[in-house]
Design a protein around this ligand. Structure first.
Ligand SMILES: [Fe+2]
Length: 186
């Protein structure tokens, strides 16, 4: 299962500076109500920089799984000290997902796949892909660091049962704003 890890060559210092500035400018622009975290977190849905990274990652994941993908949405979260992510599965837009770690923290990620439990300790700049609808995942051990930034990139299979969730099926945006944003990025 180590083939699930991808090393991405993003400039994490630039990204972390950007996220910290984003946080000062706009503490949160999306209310997370899914209750899978034991305490409040800061969340950003479809942040423009993350849409750029999402587009960059897409061909890498397509190559990994040998299937074509349609992006659905991306989501960025600032976890704070003592956070726990309870075991859960994701909604339909998350058929294929990547959790990406911006921060330099040691915070185990657990993934249950075909009745086996895998523990990953991702490093700063590493992502891990998984099947969000069918593979329960969690961070059951409290975060010991003051905070940790993570982004989640989601897709559906182009020819799969969930293809109509492409660009998140406009769940959170009107007039295909999300699809248009992804189209702008070259
Ligand atoms: Fe999840």
């Amino acid at each position: 299962m180590n083939d699930r890890i991808i090393n991405l060559k993003f400039d994490n210092k630039v990204i972390l500076n950007y996220l910290n500035l984003l946080y000062v400018r706009n503490p949160s622009d999306f209310d997370d109500t899914n209750k899978v975290i034991n305490k409040a977190s800061i969340n950003y849905y479809a942040d423009p920089l993350m849409i750029i990274l999402h587009k960059k990652i897409t061909p890498l994941i397509e190559e990994k799984i040998s299937k074509e993908l349609i992006p659905t949405y991306c989501y960025t979260r600032k976890y704070t000290k003592n956070s726990i992510l309870h075991e859960h599965v994701d909604r339909e837009s998350c058929e294929v997902s990547v959790t990406y770690q911006h921060s330099k923290v040691d915070w185990p990620f657990h993934l249950r796949s075909e009745k086996n439990l895998y523990e990953y300790r991702l490093k700063q700049g590493q992502g891990l892909y998984y099947y969000g609808i069918s593979e329960p995942h969690s961070r059951p051990i409290e975060l010991l660091s003051e905070c940790s930034w993570h982004s989640f990139f989601h897709w559906v299979l182009k020819d799969g049962d969930y293809q109509h969730f492409g660009y998140d099926n406009s769940s959170f945006t009107d007039d295909n704003v999300l699809e248009n944003m992804y189209d702008i990025v070259d």
